[in-house]
Ligand binder design. Structure first.
Ligand SMILES: [Zn+2]
Length: 499
């Protein structure tokens, strides 16, 4: 065959196009030869390119060669950077459109599941995962690669699917989409990789209130009391995605407003994700992402903060004992501190601190630990809800719980198949399930002597503590939450079993 008529298909805009930064990996010729560099034989991009080719009508034969040979094949071919830029812009627009759509649907996360033959895109909306799109491998992969390589603030902009990577999306790409920022995290899987884009929705704090987020009036009163306290550590707990960051952001905003912004509220976060108007927000500065380096950075940042003359501190999380100790030292030096911790109920926070290795004498001092809060989110019924009475086709044990713990005539269920407003799910939006406790020394002494279970009993029986179970039952009795949905968060008989 006359070599002069062989064209380099991978240089042409279209289905077989190979962007310049992949041109040492593969070269596709019009005679059906696909040259693949041995060094990149297992490269994710190459695999997806080959897979895509297999699904096209183009007959080809794969040849494994050296990287130099691939480069040579492109030889003196003229630069096609114009094509590359066009492709990049096209992909960026595609990603931007998707983010806009996801924000519009109030999604908190976008998941890209990159598999052998296709890419599935899922949105998390109100805690539920919904499949939104399916792309060809090459389309989906290029969107992920474009997102990471050209839309993020990263020092090394090379997306490597075989590694775990994280980055923040550059503000210029997302600011106009209704989010304050976005973060991506990726990890290889057995069939490709997973990329998760977390969207930080801009919330209108002016319009938000504690009661509006679902706290009961008695709980709101306690939170306001904590805000006024001149000392102590107040700890929010709850599972990931429980909205504790949003609640904290709201409380800090209320605090600043109450003080007419004449307050030095210093935050330490990894990294700051939700803007708090009037606060000085600082990221932790870890040497690298190893747990030891991150832990050291937290402790260092909290210790360092005292010398930055704060009035009130907000510490993103107390991940380990040294961070917890540093936060307690802040409180002891007269700096009210707000922070978060993973725990399943408000009294369990004390247990967690003890398990982490914090000294019992400190964590049971009611002048140091001044606020214990736990929250999770539960989906709310849509207006299309139906009355429970007359629609009793639900599991037997749930019937028993409703008749035992609720007022059946006030209970509503989600309508099977929903309505257009709730996307057919019967539920729309979420509300808070919470526990709020201002510990007194008596409660602390019960915990010290008898442990968590007795302390919880003391809180409920002697201090009128409202448990999340009680909060849930009150929401069910107001017809706001479906009992089945609610039971997935907390069993209705939990208090009866544990208190
Ligand atoms: Zn509905």
């Amino acid at each position: 065959m006359d070599a002069s008529v062989i064209e380099i298909l991978s240089l042409k805009a279209g289905d077989y196009f190979v962007p310049p930064d992949h041109r040492e990996k593969v070269c596709l010729l019009s005679d059906g030869t696909l040259m693949v560099s041995q060094s990149y034989a297992t490269d994710m991009w190459v695999l997806s390119y080959v897979e895509n080719l297999k699904h096209s009508d183009f007959g080809f034969e794969q040849k494994t060669v050296s990287t130099d040979e691939v480069k040579e094949a492109y030889g003196g071919a003229s630069s096609t950077s114009g094509h590359s830029n066009a492709n990049n812009t096209h992909r960026q627009n595609q990603v931007t459109r998707m983010i806009r759509e996801a924000v519009g649907r109030k999604a908190s996360d976008i998941h890209f599941r990159v598999q052998r033959e296709q890419v599935e895109v899922w949105y998390r909306i109100d805690g539920r995962l919904l499949k939104a799109h399916t792309y060809s491998l090459i389309d989906g992969h290029e969107m992920c690669a474009t997102l990471y390589s050209s839309m993020c603030d990263v020092a090394k902009a090379t997306f490597i699917p075989s590694q775990s990577q994280r980055a923040r999306v550059a503000a210029s790409f997302v600011e106009h989409l209704g989010v304050s920022g976005a973060r991506i995290e990726s990890r290889p899987t057995d069939t490709g990789y997973l990329m998760v884009l977390r969207l930080f929705h801009r919330v209108d704090l002016e319009k938000m209130s504690i009661s509006g987020s679902g706290y009961m009036p008695s709980q709101e009163k306690l939170l306001r009391k904590m805000l006024r306290s001149p000392l102590g550590v107040n700890i929010f707990s709850g599972p990931t995605g429980s909205g504790k960051s949003t609640s904290l952001q709201l409380l800090m905003t209320l605090l600043l407003r109450a003080m007419n912004h004449e307050l030095h509220l210093l935050t330490i976060e990894d990294p700051p994700e939700y803007p708090i108007l009037g606060a000085v927000q600082t990221p932790i500065l870890a040497r690298d992402q190893s747990p030891a380096a991150v832990s050291a950075a937290w402790t260092e940042a909290i210790s360092n903060a005292v010398r930055l003359d704060p009035d009130t501190m907000m510490v993103g999380e107390m991940g380990d004992v040294s961070a917890a100790m540093a936060a307690m030292r802040l409180a002891m030096t007269g700096h009210p501190t707000w922070t978060t911790l993973h725990a399943n109920d408000c009294i369990q926070i004390l247990q967690r601190l003890e398990d982490m290795g914090a000294p019992l004498a400190l964590l049971t001092d009611s002048s140091i630990i001044t606020g214990l809060i736990n929250q999770s989110l539960v989906r709310k019924l849509c207006e299309c809800k139906v009355k429970y009475t007359g629609n009793e086709e639900i599991p037997e044990d749930l019937h028993e719980h409703i008749s035992q713990f609720c007022e059946p005539s006030n209970v509503y269920l989600k309508r099977p198949g929903g309505c257009p407003k709730c996307d057919g799910s019967g539920e729309i939006g979420r509300t808070v399930l919470a526990e709020v406790c201002i510990p007194n020394q008596e409660l602390m002494d019960v915990f010290k002597r008898h442990g968590k279970v007795q302390a919880r009993r003391h809180w409920v029986n002697k201090m009128d503590g409202v448990t999340k179970t009680q909060h849930l039952i009150s929401l069910i009795n107001q017809g706001l939450v479906d009992p089945d949905t609610g039971s997935r968060e907390i069993q209705l008989d939990q208090d009866a079993r544990t208190l």
